[in-house]
Write a protein that binds this ligand. Structure first.
Ligand code: ATP
Ligand code: MG
Length: 256
């Protein structure tokens, strides 16, 4: 199983461990607690198909003074795995919070706008559409796309069919901003005062703002109900929805 690197043992000595989740991208997440101290340890096997945890570490460091994100406490790597230890963000995921849905949805929209308004200039990561489409095509070629994980309305279709559609529908105009890259409700923590922090930054980059609008609205619809999506767009400050882009970025997500 998992052998903890020596340096990490110093950090985690005496902490009470609880297994949190296994994410889509193959990371194991543990919650570590001692008294009022809460930390999270993310462990990911080395695998070319997965985004390395070292990238998430770099993004977290870059964001440290820019947004409410976990502090990186330690990062270790062994031949077979990577380990990222970070501080715990207080609060709950929006779907578990006992607050009016209208307030939650407003915070989600305003929070996303806030992220997108970070100056993108000094951001070292960029994911323009042509790059994303190339990576998607390479993943299809290598057989890395999980067809069993497609959204229900795409089940039964092949990765090649979806790639054809992706190439056909790739938007010409891009509107790049700093994006989270996986703005789902389970990556946002809130208290009754609003967003307390944002996690899971491994896919952050300068990219079209619709990458987050597409994933965010889909996650919101599935957790809180599709009737809330227009309120999310309104709180974000969107004037008119570009449905082609929404569809394209949701489709793109099937390849990763
Ligand atoms: N620093 C943190 N503070 C509070 N909660 C956290 C923190 N890190 C992780 N969590 C909890 O653990 C869950 C999983 O963590 P995270 O989203 O980073 O992993 P994941 O979804 O498995 O990621 P990936 O898909 O990138 O592997 C989160 O939804 C959240 O509930
Ligand atoms: Mg997550």
């Amino acid at each position: 199983m998992m052998t903890l690197p020596h340096a990490l043992r110093r950090w985690t000595a005496g902490m009470e461990w609880r297994r949190e989740s296994v994410g889509k991208s193959g990371a194991m997440v543990f919650r570590l607690e001692k008294g009022r101290q809460v930390q999270y340890l993310k462990v990911r096997p080395r695998d070319n198909r997965l985004e390395p945890l070292s990238r998430e570490r770099e993004v977290l460091r870059w964001l440290e003074r820019r947004l409410p994100v976990p502090e990186v406490l330690d990062y270790e790597e062994t031949r077979s795995a990577e380990f990222l230890l970070m501080s715990g963000i207080p609060g709950r995921m929006p779907m578990d919070l006992r607050v009016d849905k209208s307030r939650i949805v407003r915070w989600l929209g305003e929070g996303l706008r806030y992220i997108h308004e970070l100056p993108p200039d000094p951001c070292p990561w960029s994911r323009p559409n042509d790059l994303l489409v190339k990576v998607a095509a390479a993943r299809v070629e290598k057989g890395w796309v999980d067809e069993s994980d497609f959204d229900p309305h795409r089940r039964g279709r092949t990765a090649e069919e979806l790639l054809d559609e992706l190439l056909r529908t790739c938007p010409r105009e891009e509107d790049p901003v700093f994006t989270h890259g996986d703005y789902t409700l389970s990556n946002i923590l809130m208290t009754e005062n609003g967003i307390s922090g944002l996690i899971d930054w491994g896919r952050a980059a300068v990219a079209d703002r619709y990458t987050d609008l597409a994933i965010g609205s889909r996650s919101l619809a599935s957790h809180l109900g599709s009737e809330w999506v227009p309120f999310f767009f309104k709180a974000y400050g969107l004037n008119g929805v570009n449905w082609e882009k929404l569809r394209f970025y949701r489709l793109l997500d099937e390849f990763f």
